[in-house]
Design a protein around this ligand. Structure first.
Ligand code: ZN
Ligand code: ZN
Length: 333
């Protein structure tokens, strides 16, 4: 008699052995420490906009040996943070660029994930005017969840005070200086959303700018001056135009209009190519992709005409900027 693998897997004793091996592998992976490095490192935890599926929404992690900040916290991003094994036990804060849902959806998820991993201080949510309203609402909306968690696992494991978010309202300019890290906020152009900001990180001679949602304007040109890496919100005009037209022809006027409306408040790929020509930024990665490419032809349209130092960000991609060098190492998933 031939016993197939499919039949074998139905045998309880075989299932138990597989379970033991599988859980051991998961536990081993979970206990592997985050590989530390002297470099300034950037991780793409979410590369998507609300238009499209398949990738997590806006979230970028910036990590130095002493710091860990997230820029925005879009839907699906906490899962990517866990998949990459980022050190949530030392998460310092979340910097919000603005309060569209695709940038704030997982504030509580990442708060909970870092609380569980023994983050020693309350998580600070930084953002422009209005961040108090968002933070207070998350604290209030999840109050019962916090009570359940602490009463189930005990206050020694989940101290109640560390589950409550703190907030800090920022204005453009230097918002934080700690050791050799400086974080600056700049005004983004995302009308009618005001205020909206982007952030620049400078660490030991290396630098990265993260735009949040914005058109390219004079403030963008100033902040990217001399930066090593720019991650910028990017909209593919040919794709969005075609999509809007197709929705209109298919009798979906509401969807057609919504798609057409987004064209005026995200940077087109053409405007980013111009930025590359007129600035001295070393590498440009498109993220918060509008729309998220579902097929390779859309990816090709996104990078149509871009120079060699441009690329398309995807979830789980990371960048390493070694100190004392001009190198940018790109790790693709
Ligand atoms: Zn957005
Ligand atoms: Zn937005």
């Amino acid at each position: 008699m031939v016993v197939t693998a499919r039949a074998l897997i139905k045998v309880p004793a075989v299932q138990d052995t597989l379970l033991e091996r599988g859980t051991a592998a998961i536990a081993k992976r979970g206990s592997t420490p985050f590989p530390e490095s002297d470099s300034l490192r950037v991780f793409v935890c979410g590369s998507a906009s609300p238009l499209g599926m398949g990738q997590a929404q806006a979230c970028i992690a910036v990590i130095t040996p002493e710091h860990f900040f997230l820029i925005d916290s879009g839907a699906g991003s906490t899962n990517n943070i866990n998949r990459m094994g980022l050190p949530l036990n030392r998460l310092d804060g979340v910097l919000l660029t603005h309060f569209h849902s695709d940038h704030i959806a997982e504030i509580y998820e990442v708060n909970l994930a870092s609380w569980v991993q023994a983050r020693p201080q309350p998580l600070i949510i930084y953002g422009p005017q209005g961040v108090d309203e968002v933070t207070n609402a998350v604290n209030a909306g999840y109050r019962q969840d916090r009570v359940y968690r602490t009463s189930h696992h005990g206050a020694d494991l989940l101290p109640p005070a560390l589950g409550i978010l703190d907030h800090e309202t920022i204005t453009p300019g230097v918002i934080l200086q700690d050791g050799e890290l400086t974080i600056s906020a700049y005004v983004a152009e995302h009308p009618p959303i005001e205020p909206a900001v982007g952030y620049r990180f400078d660490y030991r001679g290396r630098s990265v700018v993260i735009s949040g949602d914005s058109n390219v304007n004079g403030d963008t040109m100033k902040i990217v001056d001399g930066a090593d890496l720019l991650l910028h919100d990017a909209l593919s005009l040919p794709t969005v135009t075609a999509l809007s037209k197709a929705l209109g022809s298919a009798g979906q006027p509401r969807q057609s209009r919504i798609v057409a409306d987004v064209m005026d408040y995200h940077a087109s790929t053409d405007s980013l190519i111009k930025l590359g020509e007129n600035s001295n930024v070393d590498m440009v990665a498109f993220y918060h992709l509008v729309p998220v490419p579902q097929v390779s032809v859309v990816e090709d349209v996104f990078i149509r005409g871009v120079p060699d130092n441009f690329l398309l960000a995807k979830d789980l991609m990371s960048f390493e900027l070694p100190i004392g060098s001009a190198e940018i190492l790109v790790n693709k998933p």
